[in-house]
Design a protein around this ligand. Structure first.
Ligand code: SF4
Length: 578
């Protein structure tokens, strides 16, 4: 590829409180999203730095196709060294900030340093030709929803926002970064949840970023065939998988299916199925639309999947949105909380306080398992989450994640890898997914390379994990949402039309692999080694299943083989994200 360099780079120094806009470097021309974030961190961040100190960097990088007319292509990568794992982290998020940054021409925002006074709060206002740091002490301690409600009175109707809640300000290791969605109200319901990047933003004194994209036009492709390709892709998608229950109704409707294959963890993962699957399944949410309102929407401009649910309460008032399978599982089933409406309340609390629903669900389940409270206590869990915002001892422990709660309660059953809680998809029946959890530089993260194939042959575990990791890295670099399910061939086609030159599918797969290599290299320099690739011991000790039992029994050498690239097969180019 050899197109002209396009775009600019925004550098923000939170120590000196100055910003600098410069031309986007040629060397990063074909990097976007997760791949760009990894390269910036590898080149500019000391891997041995303390995650909440001056030398860590917070990266905001829209995907390569963000800001274009390609469907569902405006995802944002938030990156940094994780306070949860101590390794590199990228958390991928929807909402409008990714689209808006790219429409203004910002390929990335690199935020360094931290203010001398940790009590001060600041805002970063971004427009097409300026970036200004402003005092924001009046917003100190605000939860995400009231914060955005206040900001929408001050900024234009088209502004989008990136923010943190009190958990980020307290620099808790489970803190998320919120992005406002595409609704008129601009709900802060889309979260870069995993890895505690909200704490990194909090450590820099940054309460929020505003992006005023106004009526900025979409980025122009080099080849007009790009528009035809976008139209054709949209048509084919709507006529194909777009009409199936998933993605049409979002991930929340796959609870029954997950339960059937023992990957709907119950009571801190001591069982793989929940007796409450019917009352938790997202079809109950879909049924509620008729009487309460709400429905499905696109969380970002230009999304054709529209898999994000808007959930109303019994009075027909907005409660939360983007209530996903992972949240229904980790804050519902895994805590033996039986009803989706309680999980909706918990989801709203997490979004408002600014904490990851997966890590928080795992942390609460460990607390329950250790005798801290009864399994199934929904009201107690709501009180516990409020304690996160209040900063009590147990609240801070919950906000710091499952491993911290395990240490506090001296409890052995903590399902995590590299300090990050295992998500809903269970590595005991899904062993290739387990290989991903062990080998991903980011710890247990299903979005790094999920493989949902419980009947897989053992000799396929490492290859399947590796192919899924390459595909997901390529998708996360592109800006397409994983729920659009583009394959590598299709991404190559979009790149070729956008840049007006040949882009092979092999090149896109290599770009995905290079992203993984950059992430692994960062972790090696940070001191990670094979001993950090261990699955949580409880996954090997606690069997789940029916007549056939599942435990984690994948040998270390099989896990390690995912680091050596397999020869690429046709399947790699045509596979779609799980
Ligand atoms: S597919 Fe769903 S999660 Fe992805 S951008 Fe669209 S609405 Fe958001």
């Amino acid at each position: 590829m050899g197109a002209e360099i396009e775009g600019k780079l925004l550098r923000v120094d939170m120590t000196r409180l100055v910003t600098h806009i410069e031309a986007f470097p040629e060397k990063w021309k074909y990097l976007g999203g997760r791949a760009l974030s990894a390269r910036i961190l590898l080149e500019e961040c000391d891997p041995e730095c303390a995650p909440l100190e001056t030398d860590n960097i917070l990266v905001l990088a829209p995907g390569l196709m963000a800001g274009t007319s390609a469907p569902t292509s405006g995802r944002l990568s938030v990156g940094g060294k994780s306070p949860l794992t101590g390794g590199i982290k990228e958390a991928n998020v929807g909402g409008d900030p990714g689209q808006d940054l790219m429409k203004l021409g910002y390929r990335a925002v690199i935020i360094k340093g931290k203010p001398a006074d940790p009590e001060l709060r600041f805002a970063l206002d971004v427009t097409g030709d300026s970036a200004t740091i402003l005092p924001a002490d009046e917003h100190k301690g605000k939860w995400n929803y009231p914060l955005i409600e206040d900001l929408t009175k001050t900024y234009t109707k088209k502004a989008s926002f990136i923010s943190i809640g009190p958990a980020g300000e307290m620099q808790l290791a489970g803190a998320s970064v919120a992005c406002t969605d595409h609704s008129q109200e601009r709900h802060p319901a889309r979260h870069a949840g995993r890895g505690g990047l909200g704490a990194v933003m909090g450590s820099k004194g940054l309460k929020y970023v505003s992006i005023e994209a106004g009526g900025s036009p979409a980025r122009k492709p080099a080849d007009k065939a790009f528009f035809q390709l976008s139209k054709k892709y949209t048509r084919d998608f709507v006529a194909g998988p777009g009409q199936e229950p998933f993605p049409k109704w979002g991930t929340s409707v796959i609870c029954e299916e997950a339960n059937s294959i023992y990957t709907f963890p119950y009571k801190n993962r001591t069982e793989g199925r929940s007796p409450d699957v019917e009352t938790l399944d997202g079809m109950r949410i879909v049924e509620s639309f008729e009487t309460r309102g709400g429905g499905m929407h696109n969380c970002l401009t230009g999304c054709i999947v529209k898999c994000s649910n808007i959930v109303h309460d019994a009075d027909g008032e907005y409660k939360t949105s983007g209530l996903e399978f992972e949240t229904l599982t980790m804050l519902g089933s895994n805590c033996a909380i039986a009803n989706w409406e309680d999980v909706a309340d918990l989801d709203r609390l997490c979004d408002d306080i600014g904490i990851d629903t997966i890590e928080t669900g795992a942390a609460v389940a460990v607390y329950m398992d250790a005798g801290g409270m009864e399994f199934g206590d929904a009201e107690g869990t709501k009180r516990l989450l409020r304690e996160v915002a209040e900063g009590t001892e147990i609240g801070r422990a919950i906000g710091n994640g499952a491993a911290t709660v395990g240490r506090l309660k001296n409890h052995h059953r903590v399902a995590s890898v590299k300090g990050q809680a295992i998500p809903a998809w269970d590595p005991r029946p899904l062993k290739a997914a387990g290989v991903t959890y062990c080998t991903s530089a980011m710890g247990a993260d299903h979005t790094a390379g999920l493989v949902v194939d419980p009947g897989q042959a053992p000799e396929e575990f490492a290859r399947a994990s590796q192919e899924s990791q390459i595909l997901n890295a390529a998708v996360d670099a592109s800006g397409f949402c994983q729920f659009l399910m583009p394959n590598i061939e299709e991404i190559a086609e979009f790149y070729a039309c956008f840049y007006g030159e040949e882009v092979t599918r092999e090149r896109v797969a290599d770009m995905g692999w290079q992203c993984l290599e950059d992430e692994w290299e960062f972790n090696r320099r940070a001191g990670f080694g094979p001993e950090d690739d261990k699955m949580a011991a409880c996954m090997a000790e606690d069997a789940i299943g029916g007549e056939v039992k599942f435990v984690w029994d994948v040998p270390d050498e099989v896990v390690a083989s995912a680091y050596v690239r397999f020869p690429s097969r046709e399947e790699l180019y045509t596979a779609r994200p799980s």
